[in-house]
Design a binder for this molecule. Sequence first.
Ligand code: FES
Length: 573
Amino acid sequence: MTEKRKLRSTQWFGTPDKYGFYARSWMRNQGTPPDMFDGRPVIGICNTWSELTPCNGHLRGLAEHVRRGVLVAGGLPLEFPVMSLGETLVRPTAMMYRNQVSMDVEETLRANPIDGVILLAGCDKTTPALLMGAASVDLPTILVSGGPMLNGRYRGKQLGSGTDVIRYAEALQTGKMTTSEFLDLEAGNSRSAGSCMTMGTASTMASLSEAMGIALVQNAATPAVDSRRAALAEAAGRRIVDLVKDDVRMSQIVTKAALENAIIVNGAIGGSTNAVVHLIALAGRLGVDLTLDDWDRLGREVPCLLNLMPSGQYLMEDFYYAGGLPALMREVLPLLNCEAMTVSGRTIAAQVETAECFDRDVIRTLDAPFKDQGGIAVLRGNLAPGGAVIKPSAASPALMKHRGRAVVFEDMKDFKARIDDPDLAIEATSVMVLKNGGPIGYPGMPEVGNLVLPRKLLEQGVTDMVRISDSRMSGTAFGTVVLHVAPEAAVGGPLALVRDGDMIELDVAARRLHLDISDAEMERRRAAWRPREPHFERGYGRMFIDNVLQADRGVDFGFLIGASGHPVPDKSA
Ligand code: FES
């Protein structure tokens, strides 16, 4: 071998005994020439390709470009699959399996002759799952996102994935659109390979990966089908070989400073509330202390600079043409930890300080932002002692301070059964409360928090109401929606104790969420509360509900927090 440092893969391929024979000989049945086992870095290409994950359906092709880059740089690329999560298909919710995928990644990396890894991800949960699993192994790592779809188009208009589906579904519900017209939207909504092209969770996590420096520059917005996405994949394949040679591990890139940069950038892009749980979980794997308070402290003053759905008007393709994330990050450089290192070998400041903006309507400036409040606001109070979150840039300014009467739904089944009941006692000033949408309650903490408004209020022209739940919301959604209430109703959190007619006070500026009942009444209700039967008796579901942490701790499993590194396990025989 040419490297001074002994690579972990040489403990498989580098010995002349029977163990080396096993490792090399069986690999050669794939046509691998013997000189590929000369001690060169072995690069895993961890692929979430699956036809069941349409947003990642093109990743087999992208992996070929990574492979070419690795070969050019003198590495040995070995692609492997891990469980994939398609947001639109997986039930009850892809979030329930994020931790399972992270375990798949972690154990596959550690158990195999891998020196460094390229993570190929796209659809919402695939990115945090891969990052979390890789963090617990801590090899040299680069994330390559699949990239967003081309802008949706329908009858001459832009069509944003998720965001416009919600809008048009409401139009269908109120008779402003026919079923035939609604179904016509389908093809225009998803007209190329890639992930949702709004600032949903996929685009958010791709952006934050670039902001943290664990992905190469322009990872966030380059469209999936743009040839520059393939070039980026090849560049990542070349670069990971250098990172292995220099032993630059993931924990040296995703530091507290990098995670803080991600929180600030999340505010500046109007990113998804889902990033809160994902980054807290990722930090936990890396041994970095990151809390909800960091989210509020760092995001409080960050304005939203990006005019992109669901907060704004444009889509990811427009963002890319306007200069992409580097152009946006240049604007917020005064707020960032400029010395944070990236996988490119440059600091984050060096990476973006010369980036140009080509469309100021898409990427605004700190002096003239798109919206004054971009960050995630963290609410606390007797209704959410462990915290709750709201995305001010997607909410209605008029509802940011609100006092209203609770209309309570015990779970989603109850909600679906009663929301369009003409006799439901609900008005525009009511506060809709959903229980049992949390990690254990649903289970899996699904994206149902942006409850659809009652038909009778939609018909009156009501477009937003305060909604509160222990569930999550799609990054593509919008509204004055309080999410991630902790502790959740299913474990007896105060949300479980709310009753129809209670008054609830929301004050985002004061970061307050208050249930207006006396402490004595709260205690009386708590004493009478009983848990529901668990959803699972066995299997992964049982493991999930027995081990999952609440939203304020990232919804990770308690036993997965931390890292076990990458020691080479002993061969059994
Ligand atoms: Fe896959 Fe939106 S459904 S990214």
